[in-house]
Structure formats: structure tokens, C-alpha cells
Design a protein around this ligand. Structure first.
Ligand code: URP
Ligand code: ZN
Ligand code: ZN
Length: 464
């Protein structure tokens, strides 16, 4: 057998197993795994002393997204270059249906944003904001014809994205029948709005009031309600960016009684805390995101949930806004409710989770792979093409150097945003090489791919 590329002498880490073997790549696919694979005519890349993972899959990103009166700093080019440098080879971004428009239009707009710019493979979820009865059939079409098999609904952001329980329930019933997945932003938007208006009336304008007006119980309540609605509709449910330990317990209880409920958390909820809102001046704005950062101690509950499978995925919710300039966080200098919500993280997900999880003794290397690649692929219709090291899978591979020490900084990151929430944090373990469908897109830590090298991934609907 002849290969185009042979990755030699690495330790292959999948979600379920660890083996020492070479990887033979032909064209865009993994062709064989084995000891001492023939190398004649092949490019040989040594992975001695290194680990080989399936490429990371980030199922929650916002690139080139208009939001909060401005647009995110990262577009599909800068965001996906940064993702590749961090070991992520596929993303699922959120296309948006605005009120009065059909779903198809939102999807077309997002295709235009990504095409020719994405440096890694990409797919879309569809954010639905307006679903009268006569628009529900569009959901079926997206699942059946367009490979867009998941829908995000919001229980928060009244007047922007929030939909009522009847709309949620209608969408859930439809999704049960069309084989898609409902993703939920679970925070009680009505309660939060009352708290925000009271805080502003009392003259509280600083960034920390963002967190004080979005309590953990508002997330736990919405999570419980979303699960109850999904249970009545008999549809699988995926809670996005889960931050609060109490919300996680709602998911755990649902799963224990056999409800197909799933949840992701994000590195910001594992590594940062509400103490970051106390930073001097306006610096707390860097951490204004929804749900907000939680009190110290909460993160240990989430780490426990990742280990025990109460949580199944770690994504980023990458949604970057600059601190300086008129188009970013500064919009809310005099009013915390006007600070664009979101933070960058598409580049640092694997670095942080490997260091805090694997080096920190909280996750096995296999569980790490499961959380950042395999389960995201399975839940969102990309497996086994993505998220696996099996022959036949796309040759999306990360050759990981477990000894490499990196100090995270805005001065060296690839994201087009002027701060890094983890500035100065040192981690051990980083990608040395990254392959996207057999082509090297990162070489010894340097981006060597190209904008436009990524392709759209049509996803399959739920099979069971
Ligand atoms: O603050 C956040 N999370 N911004 C992005 C939009 C969302 O709710 O995911
Ligand atoms: Zn959200
Ligand atoms: Zn998000």
C-alpha cells in the first residue's frame, strides 16, 4: 500500500482507546493505521514523543455576527485560522434568521460569509427567531436538503432573539419529526430584564452588574423548563454554554431518568470566575458574556460533570469584540447592558482543556478527545467522517506536543481581537502539526493552510 503522508511513531488517542501506531493518509482520508507502515514515496512526519488526536470540533462559534449594535471582531478567515492554530479543524457556526425573514435567507447570508474565507471545515446551526406555523416546514427543508440539522432557540435576549414557550414547543415538535436537534440558550430572559432595569434605575452601570443581574437560578430555571418542554415534545435537547452547577444538575437528573438531554460547557466557565468583573476601570467588560462568569467553586462542579458525563461537550461560544475602538465593548462604557455580549476563545480551547483537564488530573486523554472532538461529531451528525481516527475518516489530525509550554497572550494569538481573557496564563501541551483532510494547515505551530481551504459540511439528521 502507498500513502501520500505517513505520520510515524505517534501515540494515537481516540475517545475510547490509546494505541501506538503510524497513520497512513491517502488523499483526504485516513487510509490505514498500523505499525511500521511503508513510507516509500510518502511525506513522513514524525510524531515520536507526541500524541495524535482527531481534529478538534468546536460546535459553538459566532464569526462575522452582527450582535449588540456591532459585529464580532473575527470573521470566517481570522476565526478559522486561529481555530486551526489551536487544533480545531471543524466548527459549527450559527446562521441567524431575523424576524420576518425565512430560514433559507439567513442560511444564504452565512454561506456567503464563510465561502472562500474559512480555513477549516464548517457547518451551520440555524438560530430561529420567528416561527409561525407556516414557516415550520422550512425547518424540515434545512434538515433534509441543506445539511443544517440543528436549531438554536433563545429563552433570553428579549426583543432580539428570545422566543416564547409556545414557539419553543412548536419548534421542538417539528424537530422531533424531522430528525434534527434543538439547541437552547437557557436563561430566563424576562427575569433578567427586570433585574437589569432595576439595576440601571439605581444608577448601577459598571460591567459587574451584568453578572449580578443574571443569577445562576435564572439559568437553572430555564434549563429545567427547556428540559420539561423537550420531554413533553419527546425530542432530544442540547443546552448550550451551560455555566451554573445547578443548571448542570437539571441536565444530570433528566439524563438519569432517560431523557435525551445533553449539554456543553466552555473554558471560560472552567477557568475564570466572577472575580474578573472586579478588575479596575472598565476591564471587567472583557468578561461580559451570557451566561456570565460564576462564583469561584462553581467550576469544580463543572469539572466533575465533565468527568461523570453530566456534561458531554466543551465548545467555546467564541464571540469576540475588541476592548478599544467604537465597535466593541466600549459601546457599554456608561451602561453595562449595552456592552456587546461575548468573549474570544476559538484558539485556546484545546490548550486550556488539556492543561487543566489532563495535566490537572481531572480528565483522561481519551475523555479529553471525547469532549472536544468525538462526542461533538456524534451529536451533530458528523461522525465517523469527523471526530475519529478510523480508516475512511477525514484525515483531520492534530499532532500534539505534550511538553510544549505556551504563554497565552493577545500579543501572539491569531484572533483579530485586542485582548485575551487568559492573558499571561501558561499551559503545557499544544499542537505541533494540524492536518485538514490530509493537508497540513499548521506546521510546528505556524499556520500553513489557506483561507478558503475549508469546505461546508452537510450534516446528517439524527438516526435514532
Ligand atoms: O455572550 C454570548 N454568549 N454571546 C454570544 C451569543 C450567545 O448567546 O451565544
Ligand atoms: Zn447563547
Ligand atoms: Zn453563543
Amino acid at each position: 500500500m502507498k500513502f501520500d503522508t505517513v505520520i510515524k511513531g505517534g501515540t494515537l488517542v481516540g475517545a475510547a482507546e490509546t494505541v501506538s501506531a503510524d497513520v497512513g493518509i491517502s488523499g483526504e482520508r485516513i487510509a490505514a493505521l498500523g505499525v511500521d507502515l511503508p513510507t516509500d514515496g510518502a511525506e513522513v512526519v514524525s510524531a515520536a514523543g507526541r500524541l495524535v488526536f482527531p481534529g478538534g470540533i468546536d460546535v459553538h462559534t459566532h464569526l462575522d455576527m452582527p450582535f449588540g449594535g456591532t459585529t464580532t471582531a473575527d470573521d470566517f478567515e481570522s476565526g478559522t485560522v486561529a481555530a486551526a492554530c489551536g487544533g480545531t479543524t471543524s466548527i459549527i457556526d450559527f446562521a441567524i434568521q431575523y424576524r420576518g425573514e425565512d430560514l433559507r435567507r439567513g442560511l444564504e447570508v452565512w454561506h456567503r460569509k464563510a465561502e472562500g474565507r474559512a480555513a477549516i471545515d464548517y457547518a451551520f446551526h440555524m438560530i430561529c427567531t420567528d416561527l409561525p406555523d407556516d414557516r415550520l416546514a422550512e425547518m424540515d427543508r434545512l434538515v433534509r436538503d441543506e445539511g443544517v440539522t440543528s436549531f438554536k432557540l433563545f429563552m433570553a435576549y428579549p426583543g432580539v432573539f428570545m422566543v416564547d414557550d409556545a414557539t419553543i414547543f412548536r419548534a421542538m415538535l417539528r424537530t422531533r419529526d424531522n430528525g434534527g436537534m434543538v439547541c437552547m440558550h437557557a436563561e430566563n430572559g424576562g427575569v433578567i430584564e427586570v433585574l437589569v432595569q432595576r439595576a440601571l434605575a439605581q444608577g448601577h452601570t459598571a460591567p459587574k452588574y451584568h453578572a449580578l443581574t443574571r443569577p445562576m437560578s435564572a439559568e437553572a430555571e430555564a434549563t429545567r423548563r427547556a428540559i420539561a418542554l423537550a420531554e413533553m415534545a419527546r425530542v432530544p435537547l442540547y443546552i448550550v454554554h451551560l455555566s451554573a452547577g445547578d443548571a448542570m444538575e437539571e441536565v444530570r437528573r433528566a439524563r438519569d431518568r432517560g431523557v435525551p438531554a445533553f449539554a456543553e460547557t466552555c473554558p471560560q466557565y472552567l477557568f475564570l470566575s466572577d472575580e474578573d468583573y472586579e478588575r479596575p476601570g472598565f476591564e471587567g467588560a472583557k468578561y461580559v458574556m451570557s451566561p456570565p462568569l460564576r462564583p469561584r467553586g462553581n467550576e469544580e462542579r463543572l469539572w466533575g460533570g465533565l468527568a461523570s458525563n453530566a456534561l458531554q461537550v466543551v465548545s467555546t461560544d467564541h464571540c469576540s469584540f475588541c476592548m478599544t475602538g467604537p465597535a466593541g465593548k466600549d459601546l457599554g462604557r456608561d451602561d453595562f447592558s449595552k456592552i456587546p455580549n461575548g468573549a474570544p476563545g476559538i484558539e485556546t480551547r484545546l490548550l486550556l482543556l488539556y492543561d487543566g483537564g489532563v495535566n490537572g488530573g481531572r480528565l483522561s486523554p481519551n475523555r479529553f478527545v471525547d469532549l472536544v472532538s468525538t462526542t461533538p461529531a456524534k451529536l451533530f451528525g458528523l461522525y465517523p467522517r469527523k471526530g475519529s481516527l478510523q480508516p475512511g475518516a477525514d484525515a483531520d489530525l492534530v499532532i500534539w506536543d505534550p511538553a510544549k509550554v505556551v504563554t497565552i497572550s493577545a500579543a501572539s494569538h491569531h484572533m483579530k481581537v485586542d485582548y485575551n481573557p487568559y492573558e499571561g496564563r501558561t499551559v503545557r501541551g499544544a499542537p505541533a502539526h494540524v492536518f485538514l483532510r490530509g493537508r497540513r494547515v499548521v506546521t510546528e505551530g505556524r499556520f500553513t493552510g489557506r483561507a478558503g481551504g475549508g469546505t461546508f459540511l452537510k450534516r446528517s439528521a439524527r438516526s435514532a
